[in-house]
Design a protein around this ligand. Structure first.
Ligand SMILES: *C/C=C(C)/C=C/C=C(C)/C=C/C1=C(C)CCCC1(C)C
Length: 237
C-alpha cells in the first residue's frame, strides 16, 4: 500500500501552496457563514443562499484535495480543478435563474446557461490536458461559449428579465454581471499563462494556479455574498 500523507511541509517560498491553503480556509469559512445564516430567511430566499453555501462548500472540499496534491505531487491539480468547476459553475447559473424567477424566468434559460458553461469548461479542460499542443484553439472555442454567457446576461433574455423584475433583483443582477465579465475573465488569463499559444510571446508564462485561486475566491465568495445581501434586503421590505 502506498503511503497515506496526512500533512505535508509548507515551504516559506511556496506562494502557490499558500494560496491553495488560504483558499481552502476561506471557502470553509464562507460555507459556514452561508449555512448558519439559512434560518433567518424565509422559503423564497433560502434556496438561493443554500446554493451559495453549496458552491463554496464544494470548492472547500476540492481545495482540501488540491492543496495536498500540490504539496505532494508538485503539479497543478488540473483534474480536481475542473471537477470543482463543472459542479460549481452550473450552480452559479442556477443562482441567476433563481433570482430571475420572480420575473418569470423559464428553465430554458437555466439549461441554456448550463449547456454553455459545460461547453466552456470541457473545451478548456481538453486544451489544458489531452490537446495541450493546440491549447489556443480549444481556449478559443471555450472563449466563444464564455462570450455567449456574457451576452446572455448583459444583453440577452436574462437581462430583459432582470429589467422586468426591477428593484433589488435588477441591482444584484447587474453586480453579478460584472462578476462574470471581470471576475471570470481572470480564468482565460490564467489559462494563457499556463499553456503555449500565440499569446505566449506577449504574456510570457506564469502560474495558472495563482490566477485560478484568486479568481475562485473573488467569484465564489463574492458572488455568494451578493446573493446573501439580496436576500437580506428583499426580506426587509
Ligand atoms: C468557481 C469557478 C468559476 C466561476 C470558474 C470559471 C471558469 C471560467 C470562466 C473559465 C473560462 C475559460 C475560458 C473562457 C477560456 C480558457 C479556458 C477556461 C476554461 C479557463
Amino acid at each position: 500500500m502506498k503511503n497515506l500523507v496526512l500533512i505535508s511541509k509548507m515551504l516559506p517560498d511556496d506562494y502557490i501552496g499558500f494560496t491553495f491553503f488560504v483558499g481552502c480556509m476561506a471557502m470553509m469559512a464562507a460555507s459556514a457563514f452561508f449555512f448558519l445564516s439559512l434560518n433567518q430567511f424565509d422559503k423564497k430566499w433560502r434556496t438561493s443562499v443554500l446554493v451559495s453555501g453549496l458552491i463554496t462548500f464544494i470548492a472547500a472540499v476540492h481545495y482540501f484535495y488540491m492543496k495536498e496534491y500540490w504539496a505532494v505531487v508538485g503539479e497543478s491539480p488540473t483534474f480536481f480543478r475542473y471537477v470543482d468547476w463543472i459542479l460549481t459553475v452550473p450552480l452559479m447559473c442556477v443562482e441567476f435563474y433563481l433570482i430571475l424567477k420572480v420575473a418569470g424566468a423559464k428553465t430554458d434559460l437555466l439549461w441554456k446557461m448550463i449547456a454553455l458553461s459545460v461547453i466552456m469548461l470541457v473545451t478548456g479542460y481538453l486544451g489544458e490536458t489531452v490537446f495541450s499542443e493546440s491549447a489556443a484553439l480549444w481556449g478559443g472555442i471555450s472563449g466563444i461559449a464564455y462570450f455567449i454567457i456574457v451576452y446572455e446576461i448583459w444583453l440577452g433574455s436574462a437581462s430583459k428579465l432582470a429589467t422586468a423584475a426591477g428593484g433589488n433583483v435588477l441591482k444584484s443582477h447587474k453586480i453579478l454581471c460584472w462578476f462574470v465579465l471581470v471576475g471570470w475573465a481572470i480564468y482565460p488569463l490564467g489559462y494563457m499563462l499556463g499553456t503555449d499559444g500565440w499569446y505566449t510571446s506577449i504574456l510570457g508564462k506564469g502560474s495558472v494556479d495563482i490566477a485560478y485561486n484568486i479568481a475562485d475566491a473573488i467569484n465564489k465568495i463574492g458572488f455568494g455574498l451578493v446573493i446573501y445581501n439580496l436576500a437580506v434586503q428583499s426580506q426587509k421590505e
